[in-house]
Design a binder for this molecule. Structure first.
Ligand code: BV8
Length: 225
């Protein structure tokens, strides 16, 4: 049984209608990263940040998993390989496609986090800072999202799985954001074969052993099936 670690980014959800970050219509274009995806931005203007994530939570709820999400769920369900998906995405399309062995390294839109006590709970569709934490009662509600300058979730677990993998596959990510962008180098140094499935060559494309470029709904099922 091969152990396959799959990193996914915004590109796998693009054909579900969820906007990516750095394409010409990229999400960040309307908002400066500094304003909405940093703890400082949240401290400066929590209402703007909650509005940014409320919009994305609504967009994700209105979206459907696509053939790429479903192909990865099929790969895991087939049971021939041990599949771990590490996603940078904060939408729940992998879960809704049926994937179970999944790590949201950058958090998820569907969970709220108390900035005062660290309690997490299912996010309401519309969030605002004055909502009080169900555990400590303080009005310190933030999205359970990993912002720039914050430590992504479950990194030790991810690095351990990556180094023990038989194959590392990167799908739909530009390779701009670390530590995820460094996974291909980590895999390479551990002697793990690497494959890039992306619309176009990513920042780190030269480090991959192999690459297939095209829309995820075509290249991912073609690879899985
Ligand atoms: C940390 C949550 C340390 C928010 C996100 C200089 C050098 C190296 C690193 C740094 C540096 N300066 C600062 C850093 C660190 C920083 C970083 O990497 N900055 C970058 C910009 C240089 N990283 C961090 O801060 C990270 N934390 O380093 O902590 C630390 C250590 C100890 C203690 C404490 C802290 C935290 C990073 C996480 C930030 N949060 N997301 C949110 O979602 O709102 S990042 C954000 O970018 C999203 O998660 C997104 O997923 C991620 C990466 O973007 P992509 O997914 O790749 O999306 P993108 O639009 O870029 O690309 C889409 C790709 O899909 C393209 O390639 C396109 O071709 C392709 N595509 C499009 N359509 C399709 C397609 N492919 C297939 N089919 C299609 N149809």
């Amino acid at each position: 049984m091969a152990r396959i670690v799959i990193l996914t980014g915004a590109g796998i959800s693009a054909e579900s209608g969820i906007r990516t970050f750095r394409a010409s219509d990229g999400l960040w274009e309307e908002h400066r990263i500094e304003d909405v995806a940093t703890p400082e931005g949240f401290a400066r203007n929590p209402a703007l940040v909650h509005r940014f994530y409320n919009e994305r939570r609504a967009a994700a709820a209105a979206a459907e998993p696509n053939a790429a999400h479903r192909a990865l769920a099929r790969l895991e369900a087939a049971g021939a390989h041990q599949v771990l998906i590490v996603t940078q995405n904060v939408d729940d399309l992998h879960e809704r496609a049926g994937s179970q062995n999944l790590i949201h390294m950058h958090g998820t839109l569907n969970r709220a986090l108390c900035a005062a006590c660290g309690h997490r709970w299912p996010a309401p569709s519309e969030m605002c800072k004055t909502q009080s934490c169900p555990a400590c009662g303080k009005p310190a509600t933030r999205p359970d999202i990993v912002w720039f300058g914050e430590m992504p979730y479950r990194m030790e677990e991810i690095w351990t799985a990556l180094r023990a993998a038989d194959l590392f596959v990167s799908i739909g990510t530009s390779g701009n954001v670390y530590p995820a962008a460094g996974f291909v180098a980590d895999a390479m140094h551990a002697g793990v074969p690497t494959l890039e499935l992306n619309l176009e060559p990513s920042q780190g494309t030269r480090m991959f052993d192999a690459a297939r470029h095209g829309p995820a709904t075509q290249v991912v099922p073609a690879w899985v099936d």
